[in-house]
Design a protein around this ligand. Structure first.
Ligand code: PMP
Ligand code: GLN
Length: 391
């Protein structure tokens, strides 16, 4: 461990990918798609390489990408921004880290929903801040809901007032989507606490239900305090390209860019150009990806439910199902995942790895494992078969 409290250890995604490799198990862990990006996208990047976009890109990112992102936010979510508000980052991960380092005062508090993407606590620790969490928990109706009472208490805590509220919508791993009222409520709390709202919208295009993604910046009255983060990896089956962006008014965007220049300075030049060309006609591929993800969910989720006592979620968005095994076993999710890897050749992500040790979410998800259905149809089929055998 790099720091004493364990916030910066090996990521669970690396650990579980290694477990799958070691045991030869089907890897339904890391959310890395099992299919390639569309050929047009690959061609567009290859063209950019042939056209000579092979040296350092500008620090803010190529204008073509920033213009394409501004157009896409306007078209898809009604978020009115200019290309000057956009900063290219090496995936959403770098965008989130740079924003946290730029905006969080030393000793400041970040309020985030839990479970969370595991880079959050690491970035907050690196910024010398502390993390306070609000659980998103399963409901009796089979969905998920944040604990709003806990949110209100934490947001108004005079001893640890949040400097930054982090909102991941659609949420990994539950697929929970914050609606307009939820976001307006978060915005009011941010105004009262004088906090920034930092968003993480990487699953914005992967809405599998009939709900619509609401970009927080469009629902929060004081839009100037919203810093939007998203990326193209999930939408385009191109997680390896690490094309992400931060959107904020120019003075804030400049502060984030000041940090970003000492993290990677810049990356992915020709991939930025390729993505810019593809983003302009994004709708069709995203629709196709959603259709295909729904099909794979329909293979995996019923198979999980075929195991008596297992409770598997149907996500509103994203590409994960959370399976609660607590009615079946006393094992915790790590022990169970290990056992399933060795005996049944199946690996997922233990949900407690995405929670703070000792939190109520950590306890609620003690025996829950997240399975990704963004994998190839063959892998999803094999995962489903393994559940059939388990049943
Ligand atoms: N946020 C969430 C919620 C994620 O699940 C992920 C990972 N896939 C990321 C951010 C990272 O996105 P990127 O690959 O663009 O860095
Ligand atoms: N966010 C991806 C997931 O949740 C993994 C990203 C990573 O490996 N860092 O599966």
């Amino acid at each position: 461990l790099i720091n004493g409290d364990g916030t910066i250890g090996e990521t669970v995604y690396g650990q579980m990918t290694a477990l799958a490799a070691r045991t030869g198990a089907v890897n339904l862990g890391q959310g890395a798609p099992g299919t390639d990006p569309p050929p047009e996208l690959i061609e567009a990047a290859a063209d950019a390489m042939r056209e000579g976009y092979n040296q350092y890109a500008p620090g803010q990112g190529f204008p073509a990408l920033r213009e394409a992102v501004a157009g896409q936010r306007r078209r898809d979510f009604g978020q009115e921004i200019s290309s000057d508000d956009v900063l290219y980052t090496c995936g959403a991960t770098e965008g989130l880290t740079a924003a946290i380092l730029a905006l969080l005062p030393r000793g400041g508090t970040v309020l985030a929903f839990e479970p969370f993407y595991d880079s959050y606590p690491a970035a907050i620790a690196a910024a010398g801040g502390s993390l306070v969490t609000v659980p998103i928990l399963p409901t009796a109706e089979g969905g998920f809901e944040p604990d709003w009472e806990r949110f209100d208490t934490a947001a108004a805590d005079a001893d640890a007032p949040p400097s930054l509220i982090l909102v991941n919508t659609p949420h990994n791993p539950t697929g929970f989507m914050f609606n307009t009222e939820d976001l307006a409520h978060i915005g009011d709390a941010a105004v009262a606490a004088d906090a920034w709202v930092l968003t993480d919208e990487v699953y914005e295009q992967l809405v599998l239900s009939d709900t619509t993604h609401v970009a927080p910046a469009t629902a929060i009255d004081d839009e100037a305090r919203v810093v939007t983060v998203s990326s193209a990896g999930k939408t385009w089956n191109a997680t390896g390209w690490k094309i992400g962006w931060v959107i904020a008014e120019p003075a804030v965007r400049e502060a984030v860019q000041a940090v970003k220049q000492f993290l990677t300075y810049t990356a992915g030049g020709p991939l930025q150009i390729g993505m810019a060309r593809a983003l302009d006609g994004a709708g069709d591929f995203a629709a196709e990806n959603r259709r295909s993800l729904r099909e794979r969910a329909e293979i995996l989720v019923p198979a999980c439910r075929g195991l008596p006592g297992a409770i598997a979620s149907t996500p509103a968005a994203g590409y994960f199902t959370v399976v609660d095994f607590s009615a079946l076993t006393d094992l915790d999710a790590f022990e169970l995942n290990d056992l399933l890897a060795r005996r049944y050749s199946l690996v997922g992500i233990p949900v407690p790895a995405l929670c703070r040790a000792g939190s109520s979410a950590h306890a609620a998800y003690r025996s829950s494992i997240r399975y990704s259905f963004c994998k190839s149809v063959a892998d999803v089929d094999r995962g489903a078969q393994l559940f059939d055998e388990l049943a």
